[in-house]
Design a protein around this ligand. Structure first.
Ligand code: KIV
Ligand code: ZN
Length: 515
């Protein structure tokens, strides 16, 4: 395969993905995700938006220091202060990149930026040159490129390349393009812009119409060689193109997509689980590649075919994406060794305290539940990962419920090492439980989501509860699981509260304003 058939995978889970309302991650979580992305062979990791907050800056610089193979990118608006801050954050990377962007579409220029086309061209030249003075590797993005007239877009791209941009990204910011249009845009730009061959072209697609992956591949057919995407398709609004879908499409359909991609697909399941755990965003059951049902065959005809020859209904093998054929049945007699092996089979790599805590929770669960299924262990480990290092924890809960009323909750929590107990009543047992949490940790957050689902079948199934809290314009989602729905509810609420408090303590996260 020729060199120009290499596709660079640019992961933006930690930047565009983290921009999803409620998906914020702690520094520790970002480091975990970045390490896995690096190990799996992602070419470029967009680690954050350094000017947005001190927390973002710290995350990008720490990831830059630790990166092994991946290029580490920091996002910057077309403003000197942003560019300098991004340059400072990626300074320690073996290979650092500044990714600077400015809007190019008439609607953005008129209503958001209040600037003329000529002014924006000058901004591009000035800011790309400034970034190029700081690092060798500069990416320029024309925000809302797909709604920008092609003549003007050509002039913008020309200015960016002339000022030293090495990658040109043309995003479908609002998820509006169709595959044919997107492909044609890249062909036109690459044919018309002088020196277009001096830069690598990049796609960045949002999924508002469900076309993000199709558009990304169409852009590649039009000559782009970098794909910007996120694990589980996390991202603004309907999300970005899903990395796992891109990687597996290229691999499975190499007959019509003859490109080389360096991501090892065996990591995909683990990456999906990790990102779901740390972002609090569940993966839908029928999600391509990484959904729980992605390789499950339910109908009789399909099962019959699968038993005769898996290729009758399977275009990829589960093990290709890191789903191991599970062999161990777990129960209350399973020991540490079996538990560790089961975690490996399921694609988790946890050690130290996290492993010990997960093992303790597994033993408690196995004592209460006849069959411990893989789904139970998935839920348990994801909760363990998500709640590591939390300052507030549920210790004990007793609830008085039933028709008699009033419902009451007696709750003990550990708050920074101190145990506190309160008894509260409420409008039902969940309300009473949440009131007791508020009595121990007074706060103003509003509950905007409360969702319960059973992890497996049966009356002894674990309940997995998701809670979303909103406070002062910020949002956080937490998950909790237990065979007791009320304990799971308390854990989910407390997990969301921990995240919200962590966000609240961060220096102000600036709003992303265009220039
Ligand atoms: O969607 C978009 O346009 C972006 C840019 C910042 C690249 O995320
Ligand atoms: Zn985006």
């Amino acid at each position: 395969m020729a060199d120009n058939d290499k596709i660079f995978i640019f992961d933006t889970t930690l930047r565009d993905g983290e921009q999803s309302p409620g998906a914020s991650m702690t520094l520790e979580e970002k480091l975990q995700v970045a390490e896995l992305l690096d190990d799996m062979g992602v070419d470029i990791i967009e680690a954050g938006f350094p000017i947005a907050s001190n927390g973002d800056f710290e995350a990008v610089s720490e990831i830059a220091k630790r990166s092994k193979r991946s290029v580490i990118a920091g996002l910057a608006r077309a403003i000197h202060a942003d560019i300098d801050r991004a340059g400072e954050a990626v300074r320690h990377a073996e290979r650092g990149r500044i990714h600077t962007f400015v809007s190019t579409s008439p609607i953005h220029l008129e209503h958001q930026m209040k600037k003329s086309e000529g002014e924006v061209l000058d901004i591009i030249t000035d800011t790309v040159a400034r970034a190029r003075n700081l690092v060798e590797d500069v990416e320029w993005s024309g925000m809302d490129a797909t709604r920008t007239p092609i003549d003007y877009l050509c002039r913008c791209v020309e200015a960016a390349i002339r000022a030293g941009a090495t990658t040109i990204n043309l995003p479908d910011t609002v998820g509006y393009a169709t595959p044919d249009e997107y492909k044609a845009m890249f062909e036109a730009i690459r044919n018309r812009v002088p020196d277009a061959d001096k830069a690598i072209f990049s796609v960045h697609c949002h999924d508002d119409l469900g076309l993000a992956v199709a558009n990304s591949l169409a852009g590649v057919a039009g000559g782009a060689r970098q794909i910007e995407c996120t694990i589980n398709g996390l991202g603004e609004r309907a999300g970005n193109a899903a990395l796992e879908e891109i990687v597996m499409a290229i691999r499975t359909r190499s007959d019509v997509l003859p490109y080389a991609c360096g991501v090892d697909p065996v990591f995909l399941t683990r990456a999906s689980k990790l990102v779901s755990a740390v972002s609090g965003f569940p993966v839908q059951f029928n999600k391509a590649i990484v959904g729980k049902n992605a390789f499950a065959h339910e109908s009789g005809i399909h099962q019959d075919g699968m038993l005769k020859n898996a290729e009758t209904y399977e275009i990829m093998r589960p093990e290709d994406v890191g789903v191991k054929a599970t062999s161990l049945v777990m129960g209350k007699h399973s020991g540490r060794h079996a538990f560790r092996q089961k975690l490996e089979e399921l694609g988790y790599e946890i050690g130290g305290n996290a492993f010990e805590d997960a093992f303790r929770r597994f033993k408690e669960l196995a004592d209460r539940k006849k069959h411990v299924y893989d789904e139970d262990i998935d839920t348990l480990v994801e909760n363990e990962i998500a709640t590591q290092g939390e300052h507030i924890r549920v210790i004990a809960l007793t609830v008085i419920a039933g028709t008699g009323g009033p419902q009451k909750a007696i709750l003990t929590m550990d708050v920074d090492g101190r145990h506190e107990t309160r008894e509260c009543s409420g409008d039902g047992p969940v309300d009473a439980t949440f009131n007791a949490i508020k009595a121990i940790v007074p706060h103003e957050a509003n509950l905007s989501l409360y969702q319960v689902h059973a992890v497996t079948e049966g009356t002894d199934a674990q309940a997995e509860v998701s809670v979303r809290l909103e406070w002062d314009g910020r949002m956080a989602t937490g998950k909790g699981a237990d065979t007791d729905t009320l304990v799971a509810s308390a854990r989910a609420y407390v997990s969301a509260l921990n995240r919200l408090i962590a966000r609240q303590n961060r220096p102000d996260h600036q709003e992303l304003k265009a220039v």
